[in-house]
Design a protein around this ligand. Structure first.
Ligand SMILES: C[S@@+](CC[C@H](N)C(=O)[O-])C[C@H]1O[C@@H](n2cnc3c(N)ncnc32)[C@H](O)[C@@H]1O
Length: 147
């Protein structure tokens, strides 16, 4: 089962690296932008690849020539799979203000296709939404069961 960690803002997003990533990991960052977080992941992980659907991957590749960056739309999982890596951790930062449906859609796509151990997501909206949800658990709410 893939664990999904939701973060709000770049500070939280990057803070997860120390806790969740080590040299045994092969990490994918979707939405690598200029490569700053991918660069931090590189130091912690065994292997890291950054993908971005925009042109910023050029800048990222110039700044961090020792890291692989590709221009790929993160929703195109088959293109990601064709890179030939077995990613066990996935970082997703496809823009904080994006609709939460898109963010959920991409999480589910990677859960289904790659089944990584962990997906770490930067999305203020999704974290805010989940923060306001509570999971019903009949076992913990026995007094509320209607007999
Ligand atoms: C906030 S920036 C990334 C910053 C970077 N993760 C960092 O921490 O330094 C968001 C990036 O997501 C990229 N993006 C948006 N939708 C995407 C998609 N479907 N696939 C890949 N990249 C996407 C944008 O092109 C943009 O470069």
């Amino acid at each position: 089962m893939t664990r999904v960690i939701l973060t709000r803002g770049v500070k939280e997003y990057r803070a997860t690296i120390l806790k969740y990533v080590d040299k045994s990991d092969t990490v994918l960052e979707i939405g690598s932008g200029w490569g700053t977080t991918t660069g931090l992941l590189y130091r912690a992980a065994g292997k890291v690849v950054g993908i971005d659907k925009g042109e910023s991957y050029h800048t990222a590749a110039k700044t961090y020539p020792w890291i692989e960056f590709y221009q790929i739309d993160g929703f195109d999982v088959s293109q990601v799979l064709s890179l030939g890596y077995r990613f066990n951790k996935v970082y997703i930062d496809i823009s904080g203000c994006r609709d939460i449906y898109d963010v959920i859609k991409i999480i589910l796509r990677y859960q289904g296709a790659i089944r990584p151990e962990i997906i770490i997501v930067k999305s203020t909206k999704l974290k805010g939404f989940v923060d306001n949800c509570q999971v019903w658990n009949a076992g913990l709410n026995k007094d509320l069961i209607v007999r």
